[in-house]
Design a protein around this ligand. Structure first.
Ligand code: DC
Length: 233
């Protein structure tokens, strides 16, 4: 555990389905830190919008309605054994936020500046005491620009789509590779080109392309970066 080590903030950003959440969760477990999946928060807002008719049939979003609803959207996390559950206004929505329907409308919701301001403020409050691993798209650039450790994870779109299909099949959700690949590429594009804190690697982030790495070697790589960071404080 970390009783004799300084507590730091760890920001892990990267592309969708790059495996960053699994890596981040495992690192947090290894070093006894709190883990926050910031993507789950954007997904929860998108789910709320979907349920309240704010996503139009052509998948465009009713931006004004979402902004007006923000004060009514409360997101929390409950720790459930070794897993984390996302709560939307007290309801466990962990599996609902992982559906393709939510994946398809989350990027435009996450591109709304007012949504980002509200969630970034929440994320910063969660991190005030440090000892946190947070993963997302803008954690090292916007949420915690002073994080002691930053990592940017990437992998080819094909590798990421394959991983996503395997995850969905494991959950019993039918998915075609082509559909998932086009969703991955489309989300990358929206995430990289939005005006408000677009997805980009922070200058001081360690880069990891895990296209051909095993889960074990990724976890070890991350632990080595952590130990190295701590060793240099
Ligand atoms: O990591 P994920 O696929 O669960 O993220 C869902 C969406 O939320 C994705 O389109 C990018 C967006 N997101 C974001 O804009 N900023 C974050 N910090 C985390 C996620």
């Amino acid at each position: 555990m970390n009783s004799h080590k300084p507590l730091i903030t760890i920001a892990i950003d990267g592309y969708s389905s790059s495996g960053k959440s699994s890596m981040a969760r495992q690192l947090a477990k290894n070093i006894g830190y709190r883990y926050i999946d910031s993507g789950a928060m954007y997904r929860a807002v998108a789910l709320y919008a979907m349920r309240h008719g704010m996503i139009l049939p052509d998948m465009s979003v009713d931006t004004n309605a979402i902004i007006e609803a923000l004060p009514n959207i409360h997101i929390d996390f409950a720790v459930n054994g070794s897993s984390q559950t996302t709560l939307l206004n007290g309801e466990d929505v962990e599996s609902d936020i992982r559906t393709m329907a939510v994946s398809e409308c989350v990027s435009p919701v996450a591109a709304i500046p007012a949504v980002r301001h509200a969630l970034v403020a929440m994320q910063q409050r969660m991190g005030v005491e440090k000892g946190i691993v947070m993963d997302g798209r803008d954690i090292g650039t916007t949420v915690f620009p002073d994080a002691e450790m930053k990592v940017f994870v990437t992998a080819s779109p094909q590798t990421r789509a394959q991983r996503r299909v395997a995850e969905l099949i494991e959950k019993g959700v039918a998915a075609s590779f082509e559909e998932v690949l086009s969703n991955v590429i489309n989300r990358d594009h929206i995430d990289e080109t939005r005006s408000e804190s677009p997805l980009r690697r922070a200058d001081d982030a360690h880069l990891l392309d895990n296209s051909t790495m095993s889960i074990e070697s990724q976890n070890q790589w991350l632990l080595d970066v952590y130990n190295n960071t701590i060793g240099h404080l």
